[in-house]
Each structure stands twice: as structure tokens, then as C-alpha cells.
Write a protein that binds this ligand. Sequence first.
Ligand code: ATP
Length: 235
Amino acid sequence: MLKLENVQSGYGNILAVKGISLEVNKGEIITLIGANGAGKSTTLLTISGIVSCRAGRILLHDEEIHTLGTDEIVKRGICQVPEGRHIFPELTVQENLDMGAFMRNDTKQIKADLDYVFSLFPILEERKNQDGGTLSGGEQQMLAVSRALMAQPKLLLLDEPSMGLAPLIIKQIFEIIRKINEESNTTIFLVEQNANQALQIADRGYVIENGKITITGSAESLLNNQDVQKAYLGL
Ligand code: ATP
């Protein structure tokens, strides 16, 4: 579905992504794990077209997308939940969700999708008239994921959904990510520092170090890899 071929990108003189190649197949959950500053967010921002691709190619269903603007990339079904959530704090939960669907006009299906996100996260329905900024961190993450789902993504890019959340909430969020993948057949590319949780739900994973992919394999093989265990799983 998505293919990165020797992608390079960065900021000014800094090359943060140094020739990455990876593949995401339809229906998979893929995780990109790595330490602080390894280049995970930059990889996602480059796929979304927010950071420009300086070399290499990004293909969606064999079509080049690295030359397109972010709006075109979103229209093709790629939707990113950014690190730190970035919900609209002064809009209500309902208005945040409406923003996710603003490019759509299929009213009936929008209502069905709204019911679906409320079934995933009942707390959001309870709080639908509350300002986004008054929600807890976990609820804001739920809202950010839900807002992205309202855009009907085919490929969901998640940037560190566990960041700053309590262990119980993290567990809940990861279970729902797996549910979204299974139930709505949404392909998921998940960037995480929390390697253990990410590998528990992923099919395959890539390890990024200093802007380069160093290890790749099935989630199970990465969980059993001694280098991964030492560097990212605290074993
Ligand atoms: P984290 O887990 O901390 O988000 P990351 O793996 O997502 O880390 P990136 O945020 O992609 O890493 O950062 C990769 C490199 O690019 C780092 O050296 C970082 O300092 C640098 N970088 C990131 N954003 C910017 C920016 N806006 N301007 C300049 N350099 C940046």
C-alpha cells in the first residue's frame, strides 16, 4: 500500500531521515520504534507532506505522492494523528469531530462514523458538549484518534499515542488501535517510543536509529531480538 524508497528529509541543514526504505501492506499494523530524536516523527511528517521529501520516493498504491501537497495526500486517504494530539482546545468535542469530517458531504455515513467513534470511546459521547481543552490527556488522545477516523482514513499514521499517558490508559488506547484495524480494516503505521506496547499489537516493525532503519522483522522476532530487548524493551 505504502512504500518509502531511500527517503531523505530534514530541517535546514539537519538531515533527520537519512535514506529510509520501508513498506506497509494493506490491513497491517506496522510500527516504527526508536529513541528520542531518531527521526520517527520526521518520517511521518514526510509521508504526510508536511516536511518535504528531499530525495527518494514515497508511493501509495504504486503512485508517487511525495510531490503532492498535504491536502492531496489527505484526500488519498492518509491521515495523521500528530504527536501531542493537537486537538482544538476551544472547540467542543463534537466540533473537533466535525472538523475531522469537514472534507466530506456524505451526511448519513458521517453520522454512522460518529456513532462508531462514540462506540469506541463512550466517554467522548458523554463529553461531546465540553471544550476539548478541558479533557484529560487520555481523553484528548481518544479525541485526536476519533477526529482522524472521521476523515475515513485508509492509512492512519499515529505519532506516539502513548506519550504522557498513564499505563492503564495506554493499554486501553492500544487495544482500541487494534480494534480499529480489525473492525474498519484501516491500515495503521504507528510510531512509538513505547516499543513493548507497540510490538504487542503490530504485525511487523522497523527500528530507526539516527535517521536509518537498522532492524526489521515480524513483531514477534523484534520482541525476541536481543538488541531490541536491550535498547528498547528494558530487558
Ligand atoms: P521524539 O520521540 O523525541 O519525537 P523522533 O524520533 O520523532 O523523536 P524527530 O522528531 O523526527 O525524532 O527528530 C529527528 C531529528 O530532527 C532530531 O535531531 C531533532 O532534533 C530534529 N528536528 C526535529 N524537528 C525539528 C525542527 N522543527 N527543526 C529542526 N530540527 C528538528
